[in-house]
Design a protein around this ligand. Structure first.
Ligand code: SF4
Length: 608
């Protein structure tokens, strides 16, 4: 593991803050958000107070994204914006901590070029956030947590009638620092804002965390027993344990397995230099190895009934436009028992929708010796009492197996939602992207998914303007989109990333920016037509609706999601008729009917 990034002197200096107030800005994708939640959990568990107001924070943490140029720019702008709080008279900020992917890429550069930054914390050293904040696991341990953890077996109705933990958390409402919508796209999925024809970022919104959920996940870790791979209990905040044991289904024999197993593909790619950072100034050579577990404190920042679980970290794939493997390290799965224990804990605390994430969830368990590990995990999670919706994001096309689709079809709790970033449809572009596949293979996959899982919706994303993309390649992608009739679609514009293999492709292959933008616009227009038609077919359907709250656009409407909308990403269900209710309660499921459709959004009225 990479050594902590904070010097002893810095720790000593920071310990003068007895119970430091910490503010967080989380940039990038949900995977980064989970890292923020873990760091917030570690800080809170060890004595820090969390604040949503930058002007009140003594320590400001910016968890950065570094996927593409615009993401890096957004990260740097945010750091500079937060630095102003340190410089301003009257501002309380004494320390600025930069965490996340930007640190893995430009560790030394950040501190050299922005001397106001006091400490950096990479993606593989989340516990170093304690030292960066001047806390130690034993130093200021917050043994008297003000947050109310619900007892096991709390009836679902409880979360509808009062905000959990509200009474105890009035003085300490935990939110991420409020920020304007960002220009950062999540990797694997740009958010499409067709109205303004631009990509928009998913979050940087105020997140009503403890005020709504009262959850410091991990304060009361559960210990899952059974025939799954299990592990010895660890201290909160500790990484996955040193010794792991597995038990065969019909035998009582415990067999030890290695600590850091890996996939053979990952090992081969490591030998060929896929993960090397040798050419990066200021990056440490050591790759991140960290994985949180069910005993790691974590503060949820997602709206009340929903939570992400990161089931794996890192990526072994060779996609030539992507530097995530260098930033996040080799693919590694969390223990299945740890994921199940975390899910049980979340459900006990009122979570009803769980979204599994990782750079590629379909590789889950391959490093632990599972075949079809994701299907096995889904089988185990889908039957947990109290869970309403279970979904998984970020699949890799050639790893969507028949068993995985059958597992989706088998369980009512699994959302009929397949997120499969295809990136392109032209075989020559896909080959240069080092992904493989072609339009026919992808059409067959989609047809198979629709056959095995009736009613399934497909989300995908594409990159236009990849080096060497000809007009014919582009037209092939356009034809594919017409034929596939994808339900939710995002289009990225290619941007050159130093360190990615595609960066080294000849200059004459690079597509002019004007062409790239125009191709994206054309695809979004095409998708708008497809979506308008498919959403019209939703009218008249009765659906389960998870109400999220007042619409961000107008107080006259409320909004929610069906199981066919993933959090933060897809269109919305706008609610204009509360039916028999005087008011609706965010985080609650209602029965509703879709009454109108628009390009991407639909309108519903509550039935019961
Ligand atoms: S699958 Fe490809 S695009 Fe996704 S994180 Fe891995 S290398 Fe990057």
């Amino acid at each position: 593991m990479t050594p902590p990034a904070t010097t002893e002197a810095e720790v000593v200096e920071a310990t003068t803050l007895v119970r430091p107030k910490v503010g967080f800005v989380s940039l990038g994708c949900p995977k980064n958000l989970v890292d923020s939640e873990v760091m917030m959990g570690l800080l809170h568990h060890n004595g820090a107070e969390l604040t949503p107001r930058a002007e009140d924070a003594e320590i400001i943490v910016i968890n950065t994204c570094s996927f593409i140029d615009s993401a890096k720019q957004e990260s740097v702008n945010t750091i500079l914006e937060m630095v102003q709080h340190k410089q301003q008279n009257g501002g309380k900020a004494q320390r600025i901590v930069v965490a996340g992917c930007l640190v893995e890429r430009y560790r030394d550069e950040i501190q050299k070029n922005i001397p106001e930054v006091d400490a950096v914390v990479g993606t593989g050293e989340l516990e170093a956030i304690l030292a960066a904040a001047g806390l130690t696991p034993t130093g200021h341990a917050n043994n008297n947590s003000p947050f109310n953890i619900l007892p096991q077996g709390t009836p679902e109705a409880t979360i509808h009638t009062h905000a959990i933990g509200m009474v105890e958390t009035n003085s300490e409402v935990t939110q991420l620092i409020d920020r304007a919508p960002s220009a950062v796209s999540q990797h694997s999925r740009p958010l499409a804002d067709p109205e303004h024809d631009r990509e928009i970022a998913p979050q940087l919104r105020i997140v009503q965390s403890l005020a709504e959920t009262g959850t410091t996940h991990g304060d009361g870790p559960l210990h899952h027993t059974g025939n799954h791979i299990t592990h010895t209990t660890t201290n909160p905040g500790a990484p996955e344990p040193a010794l792991s044991l597995s038990k065969g289904p019909d035998s009582g024999t415990w067999v030890s397995i290695t600590l850091h197993p890996s996939r053979p593909e990952g090992d081969a790619r490591e030998r060929s230099g896929r993960f090397s950072r040798a050419s990066w100034d200021g990056a440490t050579a050591a790759l991140p190895e960290y994985l949180y577990n069910d005993a790691t404190p974590r503060i949820l920042t997602t709206p009340r009934a929903s939570a992400y679980i990161k089931i794996a970290e890192g990526c072994d794939h060779p996609c030539s436009f992507c530097i995530i493997p260098q930033l996040r390290g080799k693919f590694r799965s969390r223990r299945m028992s740890s994921i199940i224990a975390e899910a049980e804990n979340l459900i006990a605390q009122g979570i009803r929708e769980i979204t599994l994430i990782g750079q590629d969830t379909t590789c889950y368990g391959e490093d632990l010796g599972f075949t079809d590990g994701l299907a096995t995990l889904l089988d185990a999670l889908a039957v947990l009492p109290g869970l309403r919706w279970l979904r998984f994001l970020y699949t890799y096309p050639n790893k969507v197996t028949t068993r995985l689709l059958e597992t989706m079809a088998k369980h009512d709790t699994i959302a009929k939602y397949l997120d499969v970033p295809l990136q392109h449809a032209s075989p020559s572009v896909l080959k240069r992207m080092k992904r493989g596949g072609n339009a026919q293979i992808f059409l067959d996959l989609i047809a198979k998914a629709r056959r095995i899982v009736p009613g399934i919706v497909i989300r995908t994303s594409f990159i236009v303007g990849f080096p060497g993309e000809t007009e014919a390649d582009y037209l092939e992608l356009e034809s594919f989109i017409k034929a596939a009739k994808i339900d939710w679609l995002g289009v990225f514009t290619y941007s050159d990333e130093e360190g990615a293999k595609a960066f080294e492709l000849a200059d004459e292959l690079k597509v002019p920016n004007r062409t790239i933008q125009s191709r994206r616009r054309k695809l979004m227009k095409l998708q708008q037509k497809i979506s308008t038609k498919s959403k019209a077919a939703w009218v008249g359907r009765e659906i389960d609706l998870l109400v999220e709250g007042e619409s961000e656009e107008t107080e006259l409407l409320w909004e929610g999601r069906t199981a066919l909308h993933a959090p933060e990403i897809d269109g919305k269900v706008l609610i204009n008729d509360f039916g028999p209710h005087d008011e609706l309660v965010p985080g609650t499921f209602y029965r509703a009917e879709i009454t109108e459709s628009h390009d991407y959004d639909v309108v519903a009225r509550i039935l019961e």
